[in-house]
Design a protein around this ligand. Structure first.
Ligand code: DGI
Ligand code: FE
Ligand code: FE
Ligand code: FE
Length: 192
C-alpha cells in the first residue's frame, strides 16, 4: 500500500527508533483486531500507524501548535502536556498526512484517555496501543492480549482498570484527565 509506505517513511524521521517500532506494532495489531471484528483493515492500519505521530514533538511546541490552531487545552493538559500528543496527532494527521476520514481522526484523538461510548475503531486503536508486541511494562498483558481477540469491551475494561490503578498508585502522583475518569466509569461502572 503506497499511502502507508509514504507515511511510514515520514514517521521514521519524525519519531525515535523505539516509538517508530511501537507505531508499526500498533499498525499491525490494529489490523489483526480489525480482522477479528470484521472491521476495515486499511482504516485500522492507517489509524494505528498515525496514532502517535505527535509523540516526539517537544511539549513547548505541542502547546504552540494548540495555541496557533485553536485546539482547546485544559488545565490537566497544561500540567501534563504529553497528553496533548493525541489531539495534536489528530490535527497533524489531518493537515500534514492528509487524512480526511473522521473516524480515523477521532480514534487518534481519544487514544490516550479513551472516551465514553467509543466506536469500533476507537476501541481497536486504544487496545492495540496497549497490547502491541513491543509493549512490555503494562500489567496483566498476557491475559489482556488473549481477551482482546475475544471481546473488545472486556479488554477495554481490563485496560482502563489497570490504567486507573497505575495512575492512582502511591509511587506516582499523576493528574488524571477527567476524560480518563469518565471513560473508566462508563466501561466499568467504577466497580473495581
Ligand atoms: O503514547 P503511548 O505511550 O503509546 O500510549 P498512550 O498515549 O496511551 O499513553 C499511555 C500513558 O498515558 C500511560 O502511561 C498512562 C498515561 N495516561 C492515560 N490517561 C492518563 C494518563 N496520564 C495522566 N497523567 N493522566 C491521564 O488521564
Ligand atoms: Fe500515545
Ligand atoms: Fe502509542
Ligand atoms: Fe480494579
Amino acid at each position: 500500500n503506497e499511502r502507508l509506505n509514504q507515511i511510514k517513511k515520514t514517521l521514521k524521521k519524525e519519531l525515535d527508533k523505539d516509538r517508530y517500532e511501537h507505531t508499526l506494532g500498533v499498525m499491525y495489531t490494529s489490523a489483526c483486531l480489525a480482522m477479528a471484528n470484521g472491521y476495515d483493515m486499511e482504516k485500522a492500519q492507517l489509524a494505528g500507524l498515525l496514532h502517535d505521530c505527535a509523540k516526539c514533538i517537544p511539549n513547548e511546541k505541542k502547546l504552540k501548535i494548540c495555541a496557533k490552531n485553536n485546539i482547546p487545552v485544559t488545565q490537566v493538559e497544561k500540567d501534563n502536556p504529553f497528553l496533548l500528543h493525541a489531539k495534536v496527532g489528530a490535527f497533524l494527521a489531518r493537515v500534514l498526512y492528509e487524512v480526511e476520514d473522521e473516524e480515523i481522526l477521532h480514534a487518534i484523538s481519544v487514544h490516550t484517555t479513551g472516551a465514553p461510548a467509543m466506536n469500533t475503531l476507537d476501541k481497536i486503536v486504544f487496545i492495540a496501543d496497549y497490547i502491541e508486541p513491543k509493549r512490555d511494562k503494562a500489567a496483566n498483558l498476557k491475559e489482556i492480549r488473549k481477551t482482546a481477540f475475544e471481546d473488545l469491551d472486556e479488554a477495554l475494561k481490563m485496560i482502563l482498570c489497570d490504567t486507573i490503578h497505575y495512575l492512582n498508585g502511591s509511587k506516582n502522583d499523576k493528574n488524571i484527565d477527567p476524560m480518563t475518569l469518565e471513560t473508566y466509569h462508563y466501561y466499568t461502572g467504577g466497580s473495581h
